[in-house]
Design a protein around this ligand. Structure first.
Ligand code: NAD
Length: 456
């Protein structure tokens, strides 16, 4: 599906009209291509006094090929001002609200210096790990800054807060901080903005090649015949995974086309069939002996306002979008087919966060997916299996193409990037959560919504 308005504003006539009438101005977003540098320009890294992360972050950025600008360098008169691919600030040293001034001092002079599709990243401590109420208060305050920058900077610039556990020497934390920064700085995170991501503890191993971060991993993708699932299968295979693509028998041809395209295997199965979990488990056991990553992507909508909704619509949506995920998790975990280092990633929706008229069934199921992450992530921590979800906003697919034009336009524009996301944006985000390097990222729900106003 194409966003004709977004293409039009890139033309000369479109630019003139946007300027004159003050219309929404969706920028062309930087998206990842293998081999791309992480950033379109150098990064400026600052730190509050006493910050614990600036040093390791400087090291890992340099190792990742990012050029670090010298914060002390003052341009000579007449020089073109320095522009940055990213501004990063280690705010872990802020222990009191008066220390927040250091954020202003760092960001204010650089507010116009970020390149299009550049990145702003603030590093903080999870407030609940702070030893004093004052420190927890100051750390919580960081969210307001980051979310406002996401709305203010424009031109495809995104802003995120990364909470890093104080237990910074715990195994995996630094590797997952690296995987998270590599994701957030790169074009992989084009449509992710205004998010708070937590990096905790857990097993994480860096890949030999960061362009193939899923090398050799066996990954199950449900609902892989089209839309987000098909994009997912392609992105995960590009990143080195052996993909098992699953969809209903009626979508068999499209599913086979996706699987053939990426050298994966196809499984035709209705997830709601009573024997689906055992059949799937048997397939995975006999073909691969394990499944490293399970992506619960299959989902349906059966919209009606609650008073007009028949029980079938309710039941089908809850069953496909939520209960089938639980049944499959149970069997795969019981049979120990998801090994230590495994990943479960589920697809929620901003409807599950904000609610939506006509979608009581869908929003219930998608809020339930968030509950599944909240409850299963701590329960599986000791088995070293991470559990996360993504919550897409308006993504350009057949599902959203069916929305009436006016509502569709509103959905597309009511976010900081003034456009809908692409299936590949959701796929890249799921990919990062699935990487072996991201094991210390668990219990997160990451919105892929261009910082939508809904549920904000
Ligand atoms: P889609 O309808 O294009 O694809 C969903 C796929 O799931 C289809 O191929 C379908 O055949 C498969 N599926 C449905 N029921 C199944 C079953 N019982 N067993 C096996 N496979 C089944 O939808 P999409 O837009 O690609 O959405 C993918 C996921 O993203 C869904 O969970 C959806 O709720 C979620 N999501 C989408 C958007 C969006 O804007 N498109 C926004 C938020 C969340």
């Amino acid at each position: 599906m194409t966003d004709r308005y977004a293409s039009f504003v890139q033309s000369a006539a479109g630019r003139a009209l946007v300027k004159r009438l003050g219309l929404p101005d969706p920028p062309r977003l930087r998206r990842h291509q293998p081999g791309d540098p992480l950033l379109p320009g150098p990064a400026l890294l600052g730190a509050a006094a006493g910050g614990r992360l600036a040093e390791p972050v400087a090291k890992l950025l340099t190792a990742a090929g990012v050029e670090l600008a010298d914060p002390a360098a003052t341009p000579a008169a007449g020089d073109t001002p320095q522009r940055y691919g990213a501004l990063l600030f280690d705010a872990t040293g802020i222990t009191d609200s008066t220390g927040l001034r250091q954020l202003y001092d760092f960001f204010h002079p650089q507010a116009r210096a970020v390149l299009p599709s550049g990145r702003v990243i603030v590093l903080g401590t999870p407030p609940r790990e702070c030893p004093t109420p004052r420190e927890a208060t100051a750390q919580r305050a960081l969210e307001g800054l980051v979310r406002s920058i996401g709305k203010e900077f424009g031109r495809g610039v995104t802003a995120q807060l990364v909470h890093v556990t104080r237990d910074g020497n715990a195994p995996g934390t630094l590797t997952s901080l690296e995987s998270t920064l590599r994701f957030l700085l790169s074009g992989r995170s084009a449509y992710v903005s205004g998010q708070v991501v937590r990096v905790g503890t857990g097993d994480a191993s860096a890949p030999d090649d960061w362009d193939r971060p899923l090398d050799g991993q066996v990954v199950l993708v449900t609902g892989a015949a089209r839309g987000i699932g098909a994009a997912l299968a392609r992105v995960l295979a590009r990143d080195g995974a052996r993909v098992v693509a699953l969809d209903i028998p009626a979508a068999g041809d499209a599913l086979a086309a996706v699987a053939n395209d990426i050298g994966g295997t196809a499984v035709q199965l209705d997830l709601t069939a009573p024997d689906a979990p055992t059949r799937l488990a048997e397939h995975l056991a006999s073909r691969h002996g394990r499944v490293d990553v399970v992506v619960h992507n299959a989902g349906i909508t059966r919209d009606k306002t609650l008073g007009r909704m028949d029980a079938d619509r309710w039941d089908q949506v809850i069953d496909v979008n939520l209960s089938s995920q639980e049944r499959i998790n149970d069997v795969l975990l019981e049979r120990e087919l998801i090994p230590a280092g495994g990943r479960i990633v589920a697809v929620s929706s901003i409807a599950g966060i904000a609610g939506n008229r006509g979608q009581t069934n869908y929003a219930t199921s998608k809020a339930g997916v968030i509950g599944l992450v909240d409850s299963l992530a701590p329960a599986l921590h000791d088995r070293r299996i991470s559990v996360n979800a993504v919550a897409p906003g308006f993504i350009e697919t057949r599902l959203t193409a069916r929305i009436p034009l006016v509502v569709r336009e509103a959905g597309r524009r009511m976010n900081s990037l003034a456009q809908g996301g692409l299936p590949v944006d959701v796929a890249e985000t799921i990919g990062w959560l699935a990487w072996p390097a991201s094991g210390a990222v668990s219990g997160n729900v990451v919105r892929v919504c261009g910082q939508s106003l809904l549920g904000a």
